[in-house]
Structure formats: C-alpha cells, structure tokens
Design a protein around this ligand. Structure first.
Ligand code: OGA
Ligand code: NI
Length: 380
C-alpha cells in the first residue's frame, strides 16, 4: 500500500487514505477505524427516521412570501433541533450538481494526482484524511478536501485542485451563491431572536468581514459499516453549516431532542441541510443549539458531501449578545475568538460537544462578567 502514504508533512505518523484502505482491506477494516461499542452507528431501519416514519429534522421552505413565518419556522427548528432542511433556497440545482460532479471527479483521479494537494496540520487546507494530531488516535472512515473561500486574503485557487478542469469555476460560483444564502439565513435567525435583522451579521464582522470555508467529504465503501463512522460524533465549531449531501446515499445522523436518540436524515433532493454551529450557540446564549451529528458509512456505495462552513471573522471576540443576557439568564460562555477556539479542534480533532462544554464550565465557574477566560492565541 505504498501509494497511499504521503511524506508525513507534519503529521505524527504517515497518513493513509481511506480510499486506499477500502480498495485493499478485503472484508475486515483495520483496528484504528473500529469505534468503541457505545459509539457505533445504529444501522437498523428503526434508526432511519424518515424511512421508519419517526420524527426527523424539520423541512423549511425558504420561498414562502411571509418573511415572519419563515423566520419563525427557522428559529423554531434551530431552537429545538439545531438542524433543518432548506428547500426552495434559491441556489440553482444545476450549480449543486456541477459542484458535486466536479468534486466526485477529484476523488476519482489516480492517487498521485490527489496527493499533489496533501494537507498538513498547520492549516489543514488541501486533501486530508484525519483531524487532530495525536499519534495513534482514532481514525474516521473518510477522506476530505478542505479549502478557504473567505476572507478573500485566505482564498487561493492554487490550493484548490486544478483538475477536473471545471472544479475551480464550479466551486467559486457555488461559494458565492451559498454565501448569499447564508447571509439571508443570518437575517432570519436574528429576527427569530427578536433582534434587528442585521444583528448576527454585525457580530460576525459584517458582510464582507465573515469567514467561509468548505470541507468536501468522501466516504469510500466500507466492508464493516456497523463498526465505524465516516465522521465521529461532533458539533460544528464554526458559525453555521450548509451541507449538500449525496443525491442518493444516506449517512448523516443527528441527535434528536427526544432523549438524544440518533436519527438518520432522509435528504430531500436538492435541499441544503442547515445546522447551527458552536459560535451561534454562544452568540445566542444557547437559544439556538449546535447539535451533535455523525456519519454512518455504507458497504454498498461511496458517498460524497459538501459542508460549507460560515464563520465569524476569526479575530473578533465571540460571547453571548448582551440583549440575550438578563438577571435570570446569565451569559453561559466566556468571550473567545474563533481563532482561539479553533486551536482546540486542530489539535484534538472533533470530539462530541467537549469544546463547548469546557467553555461553559469556565463561564459558570467564574463571575458572569469575568472576561478573562481565554484560550491560547492561535498560530493560524
Ligand atoms: C461535517 C459533517 C456530514 C456529512 O463535515 O462537519 O458533519 O453528511 N458532515 O458528511
Ligand atoms: Ni459536521
């Protein structure tokens, strides 16, 4: 399997592409990918919410003429589930398809071509197979490509794959449209909190000040899907996420408000799956929930998803908005920049809701007005 190793590039051990493991491992997956019993995915039809007819994440039509009704539906979904599927969202279906097709094309290229873009833990930008730098740590059954879109100073087409030939243009156009959609959802989320429509955007650094990046996930076929996960349980660290999932392979599982049971999302074709990230949970003082989710993989089919992360400007202090703090409702989190917060994730990988919980513990242990609880400054 020599072709699946890269040079190390700052990783604690050689990186193995899951695509190569999938091609060579036969009927048994390597130990590093086997999850502890309590973390393994439920693949029974009962867990498959939509198909089983059980509760599932709400669907919100973003083309409703009544703006108040739209904002109420968005806010209700984000308070209860932290997730919804956005339909009639205004991004052209052809663009969804062309972006997805371009990225499928990238993952279908020979390993040598993909390896030209191998990433390192310094920025994670490029082609990768792990998050976190702990030697011997658990691995997930997925490869990915990570890139920056905003701010413009971080965007560099040279760091995006040059092949397939359509990829850069499709990604650029896709990114522009999804940013517009995110800005619109930010207004709906603000009015849903009883705030002025531009309030959340202002907290993100204003239009043009925000950050945006994308992770394209590729989950190869897996001979033992019941033992592993494509992405282990996590909440998204950023502001919010617009996820475009595979048009026919399911896999995303979300912790439901019903006792935290895992349900499998049944995707609506051409919809975006929207979710709140940790930064908006903090800004909204936990009115909106950044909910744990994970990815189950399949023995029969590979799966591709595109996660678009919309984030606050990374050097702004993020704390509960003062309008949402009251004597009976103290600030649940201390102030921290997204750069500082990201340091946790880059070192330790995604780990359930551990990062947010450790922050909350600091805030509630300290006086409510203590601004001092910080993290270490970011090097990125
Ligand atoms: C993510 C994520 C879900 C999926 O990339 O953060 O949760 O369905 N992806 O791939
Ligand atoms: Ni996620």
């Amino acid at each position: 399997m020599t072709s699946c190793f890269n040079g190390g590039a700052g990783w604690p051990e050689p990186v193995v592409r899951v695509q190569a493991v999938s091609d060579t491992c036969g009927a048994t997956i390597p130990e590093r990918y086997v999850k502890p019993l309590s973390e393994r995915p439920s693949l029974s039809p009962a867990a498959a919410g939509g198909a089983g007819g059980g509760p599932n994440i709400p669907v919100v039509d973003l083309s409703m003429p009544d703006a108040d009704a739209t904002s109420e539906a968005v806010a209700a979904a984000c308070r209860e589930w932290g997730f919804f599927q956005a339909v009639n969202h205004g991004v052209r279906p052809e663009l969804l398809r062309s972006a997805r097709a371009a990225w499928r094309g990238f993952f279908r290229q020979p390993a040598e071509v993909r390896e030209r873009y191998a990433n390192s833990p310094a920025t994670y930008e490029g082609y990768g197979s792990r998050l976190g730098t702990a030697k011997g740590g658990p691995l997930d059954w997925g490869d990915y490509y990570f890139l920056h879109l905003l701010p413009p100073s971080l965007k560099s087409h040279d760091k995006w794959p040059s092949l397939p030939a359509s990829l850069r243009e499709a990604t650029e156009e896709y990114g522009e449209e999804v940013v517009q959609l995110c800005r619109r959802v930010m207004r709906l989320l603000s009015t849903g909190l009883g705030l002025e429509a531009g309030r959340l955007q202002a907290a993100f650094g204003g239009e043009g000040g925000e950050g945006a990046c994308m992770r394209v996930n590729f989950y190869p076929r897996c001979p033992q899907p019941e033992l592993t996960l494509g992405v282990a349980a996590h909440s998204d660290p950023g502001g919010m996420t617009m996820l475009l999932v595979d048009d026919h392979v399911r896999g995303l599982q979300v912790r439901s408000p019903d006792a935290g049971k895992w349900i499998t999302v049944d995707p609506v074709p051409d919809a975006f799956i929207f979710n709140i990230g940790d930064q908006i949970q903090v800004l909204s003082n936990a009115a909106y929930k950044s909910v744990e989710h994970r990815v189950a993989v399949s023995a029969a089919e590979e799966r591709l998803s595109m996660a678009f992360f919309y984030n606050p400007r990374s050097d702004l202090p993020i704390a509960p908005m003062p309008e949402l703090v009251a004597p009976g409702r103290p600030a649940l989190y201390p102030e921290m920049t997204f750069d500082e917060y990201r340091v946790f994730i880059r070192q330790r990988g995604l780990a359930g809701k551990a990062q947010l919980q450790s922050l909350q513990a600091k805030a509630t242990a300290a006086p409510a007005d203590d601004p001092a609880a910080g993290g270490s400054p970011s090097s990125s």
